[in-house]
Ligand binder design. Structure first.
Ligand code: NDP
Length: 302
């Protein structure tokens, strides 16, 4: 769970590259449709520049692009860390067309043209007997089966609150979740009450999506002058400062960009560190504004 150079160590002893490259958000497709060649080319470039951690999900419909990029890049499979997710709802969004996470992963592997993924997540906790025919613990059991069969190396969850994590932990699982991927930025330091602290206490690495919020959609807040000052102090971009803050709080940032200079800048994140007093200042000033970008209409995240 701790950051060691360019990797975080997970509670099961495996490692995960410290910065993830996302293929959701700006790359998200509502239908499978044609191959997005811009995404393929950008991913090939990112891999060639040194990115080894790619974040995918069945609902992004980008698995074929990821698979093509991996092939084109020439990177060895074992040098790459790939995440996939089973989309379980909410029901107002298009749910997975697969009946369960086991079948969904098999479908993803066919689209990736790969034998395994490195991390497989339940994308949300919206799973119930009524809507799915199995509850969240039984959904977790599908992931355990996939791990036991070697089709996924690590398993975890996303957008889980404390009570959702407890359901899995209290079921005495064979494999515990090693990751909870949530929205996290200096302007949203807890997606749900107490989740970051609870995860850390239970050996679950928090992955942050939307980590750049203070300089993107959340710009125009109390951190503006702080980031400007720190960018000068460290001779880094404000984007690098705000993402390094994520790392310095023990959280793994999953970001993305279509631009080569920004991709290169992401790769430098493990090459410097913020002083403790600067981490504290960003944390304190960041708490003055709450800015949430995702799942805003779902009350469980209030
Ligand atoms: P970020 O908050 O890091 O935002 C990245 C976006 O910001 C890109 O579109 C990029 O565009 C832009 N950007 C980067 N640097 C700058 C800058 N200096 N100034 C202005 N804009 C900038 O991450 P995302 O919110 O995009 O999420 C990352 C990934 O997380 C997703 O792709 C997905 O894989 C995952 N995710 C997971 C979710 C879940 O439910 N589990 C939900 C949402 C996301 P540009 O191309 O112009 O650089």
């Amino acid at each position: 769970m701790s950051l060691q150079g360019k990797f975080f160590k997970l509670s099961n002893g495996n490692t995960i590259p410290a910065v993830g490259y996302g293929t959701g958000t700006k790359w998200f497709k509502s239908a499978l449709g044609d191959i997005d060649t811009t995404l393929v080319d950008t991913l090939v470039q990112a891999i060639k520049l040194g990115f080894t951690h790619i974040d995918g999900a069945q609902i992004y419909k980008t698995s074929r692009e990821i698979g093509l990029a991996i092939k084109k890049s020439g990177i060895k499979r074992e040098d790459l860390f790939l995440t996939d997710k089973f989309f379980s709802g909410p029901s107002t969004l298009p749910k997975s067309t697969s009946p369960n996470p086991y079948d969904a992963l098999k479908q993803s592997l066919a689209e990736f043209q790969l034998e395994y993924v490195d991390l497989y997540l339940l994308h949300t906790p919206y799973i119930s007997k009524e809507s799915h025919g199995y509850d969240v613990v039984e959904a977790w059991n599908y992931l355990e089966k996939l791990q036991d069969e070697g089709l996924v190396k690590n398993i975890g969850v996303s957008n889980f609150a404390v009570e959702d994590l407890q359901k899995i932990l209290n079921s005495n699982p064979k494999h515990k979740p090693v990751v909870n991927q949530i929205e996290y930025s200096a302007y949203l330091q807890n997606q749900t009450p107490g989740v970051v602290e609870f995860a850390k206490k239970n050996g679950i690495l928090i992955e942050a999506y939307g980590p750049s919020a203070p300089i993107t959609k959340g710009k125009g807040g109390p951190l503006d002058p702080v980031l400007e000052k720190l960018a000068k102090k460290y001779n880094k971009t404000e984007a690098q400062i705000i993402l390094r803050w994520v790392l310095d709080t023990g959280v793994l940032p999953v970001t993305t960009s279509s631009k080569e200079d920004r991709i290169k800048a992401f790769l430098e994140l493990t090459e410097f560190k913020l002083d403790a007093e600067d981490v504290k200042e960003i944390s304190e000033v960041g708490k003055e504004k709450i800015f949430r970008q995702f799942f805003t209409e779902y009350s469980r995240f209030d």
